[in-house]
Unconditional design. Structure first.
Length: 238
């Protein structure tokens, strides 16, 4: 049986017992928690699709339940969840359409924060200052880029989520609003999947360490070329 913070759940998942998401605790918990964070099925699906391959697999459910609910799913329980959302026994993955049907018909309340008008993004200069403070705090705590990434990837998923980034900023004593944290995440998130991969983290860390060197060198080269004596023979005869 799955464990909720060390306490065994009182229900067992099987495809034959989870026809109605409102009657099953696991499904209800997942949809409710996603509804607290996201206003649409699309946003919830992208969160649960931990492997980022366009489908939700049993492995995705295992990771998300552990991270979101502190629930440890067994393999057969995760498979039963897939069968439930896919609407058929033996299914090995859940498509977006299948997830959206179950999510939308659940009737779970959606996050007012997520449904509200989007907050204006902070100025880029403010985000870069936040990133500089963030980088300095990481440098003080880790002796390599990899160690810095692992310092933030507390769930060991291979990605840094928005929540992990926010928790890291708080742990480092760096004040940041939710909008600033989202903008900082977007600064790293080249792929636009709302999380930071190790490659994206490295790319930004290297860029942050030498953000202006190449630009300044180009300026020096341009200035030197401008002030250099003209080559002989370039002036027309009077």
């Amino acid at each position: 049986m799955a464990s909720f913070g060390g306490t065994e759940a009182c229900v067992f998942l099987s495809p034959s017992r989870i026809k109605d998401p409102q009657k099953h605790r696991y499904v209800e918990l997942l949809i409710t928690k996603c509804g607290e964070r996201y206003s649409t099925a699309t946003e919830a699906f992208r969160y649960v699709d931990e492997s980022n391959n366009g489908f939700i697999t049993p492995a995705d459910f295992v990771v998300v339940f552990q991270r979101l609910l502190a629930v440890t799913l067994k393999a057969d329980e995760a498979a039963a969840l897939v069968a439930h959302f896919a609407g058929r026994d033996g299914a090995d993955r859940v498509s977006f359409d299948e997830f959206a049907r179950a999510y939308d018909r659940s009737g779970a309340p959606r996050s007012p924060r997520a449904a509200a008008e989007p907050e204006a993004p902070p100025p880029l200069a403010a985000v870069e200052r936040l990133d500089a403070a963030f980088g300095a705090a990481l440098d003080a705590r880790a002796d390599s880029i990899r160690a810095g990434f692992l310092n933030l990837d507390t769930h060991r998923t291979g990605f840094i989520s928005y929540d992990e980034l926010a928790e890291g900023l708080n742990r480092f004593g760096i004040p940041a609003t939710p909008a600033e944290t989202r903008a900082l995440c977007a600064l790293y998130d080249v792929r636009g999947d709302h999380r930071i991969s190790y490659a994206e983290f490295v790319r930004r860390a290297v860029r942050r360490e030498r953000p202006y060197d190449a630009h300044l060198l180009r300026q020096q080269d341009d200035l030197a070329a401008k002030n250099a004596p003209a080559p002989i023979g370039t002036f027309a005869a009077p």
